[in-house]
Design a protein around this ligand. Structure first.
Ligand code: SAM
Length: 226
């Protein structure tokens, strides 16, 4: 990693095309100031062939909201693939998000903006029923679980696919927190795990899971007659 000016260190994320997203991380600050492994795995997964249909990337022209974006690497990858992206995080992460958006704007083929969104608070000015909601490494403390689920519920529409990537951690309370999150989530959502062989060949790991999550059909007002 090369230095990137005082207080920052750089993480270069190479795209399949060879160009790099150049992401500044802060040497001091909270968990959102660095790129987590789950974000790298998710960003690289978005580039895989499973997202191509008829020669077009599935993100082209799609609306995307990322929650707990941190440095913004995942949302930036989606915007470089043609999506219209809103990256969100707490107020204190907005400067870093805007620096990284500005530093990578030449790679954006869709659009990208940063907004404050604290989980559990009313969602304002975000696209209704986005095509995708992206989440990397956001399941990690007990008090956030219910607010995060409220935000996911409020944002998710009929067509929305949530792509969630998380690192399975075995220390302390982490297993309990993960179990509780997925138990609550399964009330309203169906979950499909993406096998390793459908992920990026290099950026994947047994400990890092990628899930596609969709609202259960009974919550979409669809009644199946027998
Ligand atoms: C472990 S970091 C992951 C950051 C980034 N997604 C990545 O994987 O590199 C968790 C992120 O969630 C954000 N976060 C935590 N609690 C939050 C809350 N209550 N509302 C909104 N964002 C929150 C943090 O600020 C941080 O950016």
């Amino acid at each position: 990693m090369a230095g990137a000016g005082s207080g920052y260190f750089l993480r270069a994320v190479e795209r399949r095309s060879g160009v790099e997203l150049r992401i500044k991380q802060r040497s001091a600050g909270d968990v959102g100031c660095v790129v987590w492994d789950a974000a790298l795995v998710l960003a690289k997964y978005l580039e895989t062939s499973g997202f191509y249909r008829d020669g077009l990337h599935s993100f082209t022209g799609k609306s995307v909201v990322e929650l707990g974006s941190g440095t913004g690497v995942v949302g930036l990858m989606a915007s470089a693939l043609g999506a219209h992206v809103t990256v969100t995080d707490l107020e204190e992460l907005q400067d870093l998000l805007n620096i990284n958006i500005n530093d990578n704007k030449h790679l954006v083929t869709g659009s990208i903006q940063a907004k404050v969104l604290k989980w559990g608070e009313t969602v304002k000015d975000l696209p209704p029923d986005p095509d995708y909601i992206l989440l990397a490494d956001c399941i990690y403390y007990e008090q956030s679980l219910e607010p995060l689920l409220r935000t996911i519920n409020e944002l998710t529409g009929r067509k929305t696919c949530i792509i969630c990537c998380y690192e399975e951690r075995t220390m302390g309370n982490n297993p309990k927190i993960e179990r509780r999150f997925f138990k609550l989530l399964q009330t309203d959502f169906d979950i499909e795990e993406i096998p390793l062989d459908r992920q990026d060949e290099e950026y994947r790991s047994e400990d890092i899971h990628i899930l596609h999550i969709k609202r259960k059909r009974r919550h979409q007002g669809i009644v199946t007659l027998k």
